[in-house]
Design a protein around this ligand. Structure first.
Ligand code: COI
Length: 363
């Protein structure tokens, strides 16, 4: 039972039916926002309270709010999927709730109880139900819970006031080109996270530190940037916002182990389960970049892909680095990659049985 009661303060929609239909016809990713947002506030004196569903709009924040100076912020990403009978579901929300609690601990933010996190998703989706795309599309309503230090204070210590919001955004493919093989730039200049740092937390700072690498990738004509470990610059960490997988000719599925520097992806862990079900040998270990590139050359690695809630599963077609370029397989979308993608999305959209019990009904 949730302790927070997210009461809706208004029923007035800010966007009319026609405009909403136009947006839903081609939402892109992260470009449009719904009518409402969910809010709760934590204070050191009282704990969590002030739960409400309010019209989506600008926040009032002191210019001295701690988050603007010291980056004490975390977030999550989930999707609401419409099923053929009109009902709306989300995928493994407890995993996101628990990860947000781990991120909160790392960033010295208060933990939001799992039940309250789930209640906030239900409240957000119920208020914005018309924004959940039709079951006939591959689109969803992307839910973005986030929490930040809102205390007006410039001393460096954990904030004594914290705000939590859920905003919602109708979403098509994460990459503008759709589900097409990615070109990935391997940066030898920048790292995303270091030992003892915040690499495993879903905090804004990790994404801020990836941006220069992303710019470098764009200059090289690539879609994404791959970060190597910060200490030796030899093993694969992750992309700017996605975990990485490789598939071998002899049926092994390889992905970097969770060593504290990469995100514990919910999609990552779901893929490990689906791949095991398919009889692939799942191996979480240190993946040395030079060995991976060699195995691409020899044909031992046949497919590679990136994954995340927003990106789902996206094939990687080519790597580029200062030393050259390497094609993955024939440069197209791998067969196993696409099969895993189809199975995952079929579960999410309720097209096949949810044998792992991953779905939670929202509306
Ligand atoms: C997600 O996949 O939901 C994320 O939060 C990553 C971000 C790159 C969109």
């Amino acid at each position: 039972m949730s302790a927070l009661d997210f009461t809706r303060t208004s029923t007035t929609r800010r966007i009319g039916d026609d405009e909403r239909a136009q947006i839903l016809a081609d939402p892109g990713f992260g470009q449009h926002y719904t009518d409402f947002m969910v809010h709760a506030r934590w204070t050191a004196e009282r704990g969590w309270g002030d739960a409400e569903v309010v019209p989506f709009g600008p926040l009032q924040l002191s210019p001295a709010a701690a988050v603007l100076h010291y980056g004490q912020e975390i977030f999550e990403g989930l999707k609401a999927f419409r099923h053929a009978d009109g009902s709306v579901w989300t995928f493994r929300p407890e995993a996101n709730a628990e990860r947000m609690q781990r991120s909160a601990r790392r960033l010295a933010l208060p933990e939001l109880p799992v039940e309250d996190f789930l209640a906030s998703l239900t409240a957000a989706t119920a208020a914005d139900e018309p924004w959940v795309p039709e079951a006939t599309s591959e689109e969803s309503l992307y839910l973005r819970p986030f929490m930040f230090a809102s205390e007006e204070f410039l001393g460096v210590r954990a904030s004594r006031t914290v705000d939590y919001y859920v905003i919602s955004s109708p979403a098509g493919p994460y990459f503008p080109r759709g589900v097409q093989p990615l070109i990935v730039w391997i940066t030898d200049e920048y790292a995303r996270a270091g030992a003892g740092g915040t690499g495993a937390a879903k905090c804004g700072g990790n994404y801020a530190s990836s941006l220069l690498g992303k710019n470098e990738a764009a200059e090289q004509g690539a879609d994404e940037v791959l970060f190597l470990d910060s200490e030796t610059h030899t093993s694969i960490d992750e992309l700017s916002g996605m975990n990485v997988f490789a598939i071998t000719r002899d049926g092994r599925l390889l992905t970097p182990a969770l060593t504290g520097s990469i995100l514990e992806g919910v999609t990552r862990s779901s893929i490990l389960a689906l791949a095991t079900d398919r009889g692939l040998e799942v191996i979480e270990q240190r993946l040395v970049m030079s060995e991976v590139l060699e195995q691409l050359g020899s044909g031992e690695i046949t497919e590679m892909f990136a994954c995340g809630t927003a990106a789902v599963i996206n094939p990687i077609g080519e790597f580029r680095a200062k030393g050259g370029s390497w094609t993955v397989g024939d440069g197209g979308s791998g067969e196993v990659t696409l099969a895993l993608r189809k199975e995952l999305t079929d579960i999410q959209y309720g097209r096949i049985p949810d044998r792992h019990g991953w779905l939670t009904r929202l509306v």
